[in-house]
Design a protein around this ligand. Structure first.
Ligand code: SF4
Length: 485
């Protein structure tokens, strides 16, 4: 469902069985530009990464002003509010809560006063040693206003404030474990940081003399900026009146661990991340699925929109015609009234409707990107059968998600069907005639020589950093083993 606001509606209409996305961040250093409005449009382009809250902080050389609230970017900001924000640098954030509950205190950017002035922070990712850091900071006097791990990062930076800000960030990065792409704002500096494994994306762009940092390149396109490059894992870029300066953190692991789910599901298909076009990767996933599962069928049907690009790839490779046999209602919004108990069986139909004249009498390959609980997939299979499909084969453009993510994606072990059932048991559970998941080898093979640069922990258990769950210890490959230090 990448590129689609649908995920934000799941609480009012729990029919989409997908991992929850993380956050989107956007920053600009642009004297002479309307930085608040450009940030607003940048966040608009990143709305698929989080719909629970949105915020913008603007610096003007002497102070930072902040506005944030719950809801979509368009709910939180209006013309008047944006017009009142004068300054030459800004950061913004769209959030789906990962660590920290969904409440206004956790909305970002966070802005604090500390001994060297004001500091703002936008964070995408999840710190996996957060409990330990919070304990350490609390025991030496830190007071927390929110439950987010992002506030712990700001406190950590403040703790090292006897150093310059950049030195404090470098020291903090030694303490932080896990996933973080960060934007730090002061009254006159914009700083972009990517964690040493590069879990979450962060790219650099230019628009005239302005520098832009964004989670995905689609945000650069939206504001008419040019893509320059992705930040390297462990890279810190400092942008101020002297231009851009790049430095490397002290931690340089021998491996990269970009989240492979960005390509499978999270990122917008028109984005380019770490050298790969998301749309192209999804298409190749579909082609590889067709090679791995050479089924005899009449039609390839996507589960819209999450399976659409892979379904096109499957159809091209297999020669089986592509048809849109499931229609999606694109106007199911946040204010959608929850179905009452007696009409709850409408369920998936409120959002997806099968097209009978396309499906009747056909052997169908349904393509989606992933299954979390399996409940929605089962409902979709039965809807397609009720419309007269003779056979329904379900194909997923990712391997089975068996383990939780500690790096910014909200899935728990108890809800992951593949953690508790075999592929055959899942096939039976969703009542499909066939079920095939893309193999991990097939998935990684799409990236050629870069195949070793990805985190696959939720499929493989190869967690690149410390994670707090002792039950996973046997499955871990710790960072020491990868030469981090
Ligand atoms: S565990 Fe899975 S979702 Fe989390 S960062 Fe790794 S690949 Fe991405």
């Amino acid at each position: 469902m990448a590129g689609d606001f649908g995920n934000g509606y799941d609480e009012v209409l729990p029919v989409v069985d997908k991992p929850r996305e993380e956050c989107g961040i956007f920053g600009i250093y642009g004297p002479g530009f309307d930085v608040a409005r450009l940030t607003y449009y940048g966040l608009y382009a990143l709305q698929h990464r989080g719909q629970e809250s949105a915020g913008i902080a603007v610096g003007n050389g002497s102070k930072i002003r902040l506005a944030k609230g719950m809801g979509l970017v368009s709910d939180v900001f209006n013309d008047e509010k944006l017009g009142s924000f004068q300054g030459h640098l800004a950061i913004g954030h769209v959030r789906y809560s990962t660590t920290g509950s969904n409440n206004p205190a956790n909305a970002q950017p966070l802005v604090f006063n500390y001994s060297r002035g004001m500091i703002g922070l936008s964070h995408n990712g999840n710190i996996s040693n957060i409990a330990e850091l919070r304990r350490q900071l609390s025991s030496t006097g830190s007071v927390f206003q929110s439950t987010t791990d992002s506030e712990v990062i700001v406190n950590l930076i403040a703790r090292y404030s006897q150093n310059s800000l950049v030195e404090a960030i470098v020291k903090s990065m030694i303490d932080l474990k896990g996933a973080y792409s960060l934007l730090v704002l002061t009254e006159n500096k914009l700083i972009g940081i990517r964690d040493p494994f590069g879990f979450r994306p962060l790219c650099l762009g230019r628009k005239g003399d302005a520098y832009i940092l964004a989670s995905e390149s689609c945000a650069l396109d939206t504001i008419g900026a040019e893509f320059v490059r992705d930040l390297e894992p462990g890279e810190i870029v400092v942008i101020d009146e002297d231009g851009l300066q790049s430095l490397q953190s002290l931690q340089v692991p021998r491996r990269k661990a970009h989240c492979i789910f960005e390509y499978i599901y999270f990122a917008r298909p028109d984005s380019r991340i770490d050298g790969f076009n998301v749309n192209r990767v999804r298409y190749e996933m579909g082609r590889q699925l067709a090679r791995e599962y050479p089924v005899e069928a009449d039609l390839v049907i996507p589960v819209p929109d999450s399976g659409t690009i892979a379904a096109r790839g499957f159809a091209w490779e297999s020669g089986i015609p592509f048809e849109e046999g499931l229609m999606k209602n694109r106007y199911v919004g946040r204010t959608f009234i929850q179905p009452t108990q007696d009409i709850r069986e409408l369920g998936v139909r409120l959002k997806l409707n099968p097209v009978r004249h396309i499906l009747q009498g056909k052997r169908v390959v349904l393509i989606d990107d992933s299954i979390v609980r399996g409940t929605t997939s089962g409902k979709i299979v039965s809807m397609v059968r009720e419309c007269g499909a003779r056979e329904v084969h379900f194909c997923l453009s990712s391997p089975p998600t068996k383990l939780p993510c500690y790096y910014g994606i909200d899935t728990s072990l108890s809800e992951l069907i593949a953690a508790h059932k075999t592929v055959e048991e899942i096939r039976e559970y969703i009542s499909a005639d066939g079920l095939h998941y893309l193999s991990q080898e097939g998935l990684l093979g799409i990236f050629g020589e870069a195949r070793g640069n990805f985190c696959t922990a939720c499929f493989s258990g190869d967690y690149p950093t410390y994670v707090p769950d002792p039950n996973l210890q046997g499955k871990l490959v710790f960072e020491e083993e990868h030469g981090c230090g």
